[in-house]
Design a protein around this ligand. Structure first.
Ligand code: GLN
Length: 191
């Protein structure tokens, strides 16, 4: 079984571990560099992206994360995790750090205050049936670089993307118990 870590210094860790375990992965929380080294793949969960980046730096995970992502480790960012994977952020603070690697510009809290959270059934590239997507103060993708494939859209903006070994969704595929999006990610691990 592939070893799949879930970044666990902050965020929706438990649900991701449950879905990954149900799909047959050896899933475990990642809080320190030695745990990151064990990973064949990694999930960056939802949470609060500025807090997650600060904690990653404090716990000396930020540079190792950048290295692993640069070296090709399959990585899946959901919601705040999408923001962490993005090369560029709009609507964030100027000094907000990311892991980067995904050639996109994301807009934080893009759907606006009036609609803090919403759900929608979205067609998803490669999946026969729509995905029930739960958005919670979600970002959207404002611009994509040439190597980025759009997997799903909402409100006219990409909300699921893939670039080589990197995948990201604005929504929370871990909350409704449907493992199909995680299975797409596990497919990036090969074997
Ligand atoms: N709004 C959060 C952020 O900007 C993301 C929300 C989430 O992950 N549910 O980090």
């Amino acid at each position: 079984a592939p070893s799949v870590g879930v970044f666990a210094l902050q965020g929706d860790v438990r649900e991701h571990l449950q879905v990954l375990t149900a799909l047959g992965a050896d899933a475990f929380p990642v809080r320190r560099p030695a745990e990151l080294e064990r990973c064949d793949g990694l999930v960056l969960p939802g949470g609060e992206s500025t807090t997650m980046a600060k904690l990653a730096r404090t716990f000396e995970l930020l540079e190792p994360l950048r290295e692993r992502v640069r070296d090709g480790m399959p990585t899946f960012g959901t919601c705040a995790g999408m923001i962490l994977l993005a090369d560029r952020i709009e609507g964030g603070t100027a000094d907000q750090e990311t892991i980067g690697g995904l050639d996109v510009t994301v807009r934080r809290n893009a759907f606006g205050r009036q609609v803090d959270s919403f759900e929608a059934d979205l067609p998803f590239a490669g999946l026969a049936e729509p995905v029930h997507a739960v958005f919670i103060r979600a970002p959207w993708v404002e611009r994509t670089g040439p190597g980025v494939e759009v997997l799903a859209e909402a409100a006219g903006h990409p909300v699921a993307v893939r670039q080589g070994h990197l995948m990201a969704t604005s929504f929370h595929p871990e909350v409704d118990g449907d493992g199909r999006v995680h299975r797409v990610f596990l497919g990036l691990l090969g074997g």
